[in-house]
Ligand binder design. Structure first.
Ligand SMILES: [Zn+2]
Length: 163
């Protein structure tokens, strides 16, 4: 997992950051203000992604000019920055960007809806915010769209990595 890319995503591309987290990538996001900030992020090993033309020619910045989030994701895939072989879907907290930890069913009693408690095969929890996840809890319209566009099956990719 340590060898996978880490991303710093410009605040203007918030959906891309969310999506990278769904795929299991370390994806911070925030404002990009100065060239020295970009250089510092590069030194820390981040790939900086922005749609702001101001940073377009700064070395180490991936400029993403598409306007729709899935086109932006597609560009990351085309550039080889996001690869189906290395994704680890649904392994990270969407809110905190932290890797989730497996948690026993008894520990989430009362913290998830009744039917989820009864039917979900497994649970994981964010060590920072305590949010509980289960297979399917990351899935939404965005995930469906992405799967259709990319032809990737994220649930299968997740299972494959766990196996
Ligand atoms: Zn969290």
């Amino acid at each position: 997992m340590e060898t996978r890319a880490r991303f710093f995503v410009d605040r203007m591309l918030g959906k891309v950051a969310k999506y990278l987290r769904i795929l299991g990538y370390d994806a911070c996001y925030g404002s990009i203000e100065t060239t020295s900030q970009v250089q510092a992020l590069r030194k820390e090993g981040y790939i900086v992604i922005t749609g702001n033309t101001r940073w377009r020619h700064v070395p180490g910045v991936f400029y993403c000019e598409a306007t729709r989030w899935h086109e932006q994701c597609q560009k990351l895939v085309n550039a080889g920055l996001v690869r189906l072989e290395e994704i680890d879907p649904f392994s990270r907290c969407l809110r905190c960007n932290r890797a989730l930890e497996d948690v026993a069913r008894e520990e989430v009693a009362g913290r998830v809806p009744e039917f989820v408690y009864a039917t979900a095969p497994s649970f994981s929890r964010c060590p920072v915010c305590g949010r509980v996840y289960w297979p399917g809890s990351h899935l939404d319209k965005m995930t469906e769209n992405f799967q259709q566009i990319m032809g990737w099956n994220l649930e299968d990719a997740g299972k494959r990595r766990k196996a």
